[in-house]
Design a protein around this ligand. Structure first.
Ligand code: NAD
Ligand code: USQ
Length: 382
């Protein structure tokens, strides 16, 4: 298949590009490299040293038979989207190209506006481009489990059967997002659903949980293929942060009580889920929703798992409960369905002590690159 990967230089996008290219698909990465600019703005960097996109793709060409091409451009610019779709004529478009940090979106008005404009306009441009140029192409859009929030009932995969005043209907599941970033994903979902209904486009919205790990079989093949690993308080996700904290003797930063429960998955499952969605496209006119995670944990459970493994390896690791900088429920019911990707063939890599050990060892290897002052949260929701 010809697969365009918007956001293919990012944490999920780069290993997905490698995974699909290694399986014989022809890849076009479209990325404006803004993720690297946020690092400059925030004075932080990936824990792992990463090559430039140019070096990454050059080394793919020199050492493999895989097909990856790149286009540096911004999805907010319709000419970029139109040019990419017209020249490449993709069968599928994987859309990762958004500002994806909740704290970044909550910094101030400017960052909230940037996040929502970047995310919503980029997706709208893609929808109009697909309609005009390749209406049969399958849009595989990364959404987030955080669109649903933490309701006191089970979370379904996208839709809920509702009985009201003696009548029933199947309606989009109610959305109660956690941040200005998560709100941008809800706006995207509505726009994509409308485009499927009005224009007959085909789309899969993958409501992904929090991703941990950073290596896949392909990123391990060459030092220039290594993936980014964020540990800072703005872009680092919780389990990856705990591992980085443990190896430099920093307390594990549990926000509040730590009863916040979320869906989680390993990066190797992320890339496989995208492959499964691409191999089994949505029908023409269908807006399909999958919940993309493999297990749920509370933040405190994760901290205790990391603490135990780190202590067994000889690290002096402790848990600290910080005042929660976010507005979120800290103790709540959480049960989210996630069977549709399993039905398509996903075989989850569940979180094991071996995996935590590997993550700690990798973080230890790069401990000199950890800036302790980037660990404590300084952005508040209030
Ligand atoms: P990332 O920030 O590492 O990667 C996003 C990439 O998109 C970057 O390379 C960036 O340069 C590019 N980009 C952003 N805006 C762009 C634009 N307007 N035009 C072109 N390129 C642009 O993020 P990630 O962790 O790889 O996440 C990818 C997607 O998956 C996001 O949409 C995110 O919401 C979703 N997601 C991520 C996680 C996670 O834990 N990382 C979990 C759930 C969902
Ligand atoms: N948390 C801590 N301590 C930390 C960091 C986080 O207790 O040091 C808590 C947060 O308060 C939150 C939970 O851990 O309750 C998850 O936070 P996170 O920063 O790991 O993830 P989040 O902000 O939810 O965002 C990440 C990605 C985002 C994606 C989302 C999936 O950055 O792109 O959409 O995970 S989900 O959470 O399912 O919405």
């Amino acid at each position: 298949m010809k697969i365009m990967i918007a956001g293919g230089d990012g944490f999920c996008g780069w290993p997905t590009s490698l995974h699909l290219a290694a399986r014989g698909h022809e890849i076009l990465i479209v990325d404006n490299l803004v993720r690297r600019t946020y690092d400059d703005e925030l004075n932080t960097q990936s824990l792992t040293p990463i090559a430039s996109l140019e070096e990454r793709v050059r080394s793919v060409r020199e050492t493999t038979s895989w097909s990856i091409n790149t286009l540096i451009g911004d999805l907010q610019d319709y000419d970029v989207v139109e040019g990419a779709l017209r020249s490449f004529q993709p069968d599928a478009i994987v859309h990762y190209a958004e500002q994806r940090s909740a704290p970044y979106s909550m910094m101030d008005r400017e960052h909230a506006v940037y996040t929502q404009v970047n995310n919503v306009v980029g997706t709208l441009n893609l929808l109009y481009g697909i309609k005009a140029i390749c209406p049969d192409a399958h849009l595989i859009k990364l959404g987030t489990m955080g669109e649903y929030g933490t309701p006191n009932i089970d979370i379904e995969e996208g839709y809920l059967r509702v009985e009201h005043n003696g009548r029933t209907d199947v309606l989009p599941y109610p959305k109660q997002p956690f941040s200005m970033y998560h709100l941008s994903k809800v706006h995207d979902s509505h726009n994509i659903m409308f485009a499927c209904k009005a224009w007959g486009l085909r789309a899969t919205d993958l409501n992904q949980g929090v991703v941990y790990g950073y290596q896949t079989d392909e990123t391990r093949q060459n030092p220039l293929f290594v993936n980014r690993l964020d540990y800072d308080h703005v872009f680092g996700t919780v389990l990856n942060r705990f591992c980085a904290q443990a190896v430099i003797g920093h307390d594990l930063t549990v926000y509040g009580e730590g009863g916040q429960t979320r869906g989680f998955l390993e990066i190797r499952d992320t890339v496989r889920c995208i492959e499964l969605a691409a191999l089994h496209p949505a029908d023409q006119g269908e807006f399909r929703v999958f919940n993309q995670f493999t297990e749920q944990f509370s933040v405190l459970e994760l901290a205790k798992r990391v603490e135990a493994v780190a202590q067994s390896l000889g690290f002096n690791t402790k848990i600290a409960h910080l005042e929660n900088p976010r507005v979120e429920k800290q103790s709540h019911y959480y049960h989210a369905k996630h069977t549709k990707l399993i039905d398509l063939g996903l075989e989850p890599h569940l979180l094991s002590d071996t995996m935590i050990t590997e993550m700690l060892q990798e973080a230890y290897r790069y401990q000199d690159r950890i800036r302790a002052s980037a660990l404590l949260p300084t952005i508040t929701w209030r």
